[in-house]
Design a protein around this ligand. Structure first.
Ligand code: HSE
Length: 308
């Protein structure tokens, strides 16, 4: 065989969407990651990182999401091949926007094509989830599924199905202040067991969250998205900026403000595009110096592109 290559772009994602811990995620773009994946005869996996955040990524072994996915794909293919990945890292690592998930999704998609693995949606989600071991220590599937399929995804490892629904055209403001310890730590601070009343509350909130998206019922969406009893109440304590960011976004009419994934990103959902410069000014007055991203739901997931 000669060298074969694909260039693939994958959107960022907001995991959990409030109450749906490890179950739901929404693809958003910008930002996105782009990978160029080459397969040729020989052995070895080589990862080269480019872009603003390249220096903060390990380029090999168990700490690198692209490497973990490539190693798993080669194992599944049962072939001897050399894999080279050039990663243009545009999603800030460890920011809570599914940075590792987007890279993992892009590499899994490309290798499914290049190695003729023939994987359907669920198996592709499973392959991509190996990349999450690098940052989270577990193969949570929400971020990778959103980056692969776009829209709002619901993952269910029990029945091995991923469900995707289109998401309304809202504006989303993401405020990234500081950094998170790491996803593994942010998972370790969650309780190991919950009261039945909390489980019932979250089931009701997740069910109505999905219904609100399907019915485009923004009033219902607004009521349920902030109601979580499983993860957010424990995690926001780690982020001192949570309260002030939440109240500034709410003051500007946010339908809901949530921690994105394990944080530190905080996401506010708006019916109309909010005055982003005013919001930035108020955040600065409050003594914060965050990166602020105005983004949108992406109903498109991974896609092949011609260049990067
Ligand atoms: N569902 C995962 C978590 C997402 O909340 O730990 C991490 O990006």
């Amino acid at each position: 065989m000669g060298t074969e290559e694909l260039i693939v772009e994958a959107p960022a994602s907001i995991a959990n969407l409030g109450p749906a811990f490890d179950v739901a995620a929404l693809a958003v773009n910008p930002p996105s990651d782009v990978v160029k994946v080459k397969v040729s005869e020989g052995d070895g996996i080589v990862i080269r990182n480019y872009g603003e955040y390249a220096s903060s990524l390990p380029s090999e072994g168990h700490g690198n999401s692209a490497h973990l996915v490539a190693a798993k794909a080669i194992e599944q293919a049962g072939l001897r091949r050399r894999i080279e990945v050039e990663l243009l890292k545009r999603i800030k690592p460890a920011s809570g926007l599914g940075s590792s998930g987007a890279t993992s999704a892009a590499v899994a998609y490309a290798l499914n094509r290049l190695l003729n693995l023939g994987l359907g949606d669920w198996d592709l989600v499973e392959l991509a989830s190996y990349g999450e071991l690098a940052s989270a220590g577990v193969r949570h599937m929400d971020n990778v599924a959103a980056s692969l399929l776009g829209g709002l995804v619901l993952v269910n490892p029990i029945v091995r199905r991923v469900t995707r629904v289109s998401f309304p055209e809202l504006s989303i403001v993401v405020v990234i202040e500081g950094s998170k310890p790491n996803t593994g730590f942010m998972r370790s601070i969650l309780p190991k067991a919950y009261e039945l009343s909390d489980v019932v509350a979250n089931m009701a909130n997740v069910a109505q969250l999905v219904a609100s998206v399907l019915m485009n019922d923004l009033d219902l969406f607004s009521r349920v998205i902030t109601n979580d009893r499983v993860a957010m109440p424990y995690r926001v304590k780690v982020y001192e900026h949570w309260g002030v960011v939440k109240s500034i976004l709410e003051k500007h009419g946010a339908l809901g403000v949530i921690l994105s994934g394990a944080g530190p990103s905080i996401a506010g959902f708006f019916k109309e595009e909010p005055p982003i410069n005013e919001i930035k000014g108020e955040l600065a007055k409050a003594g914060l110096s965050p990166m602020v991203i105005l983004t949108k739901p992406s109903n498109e997931g991974v896609r092949e592109v011609n260049h990067y």
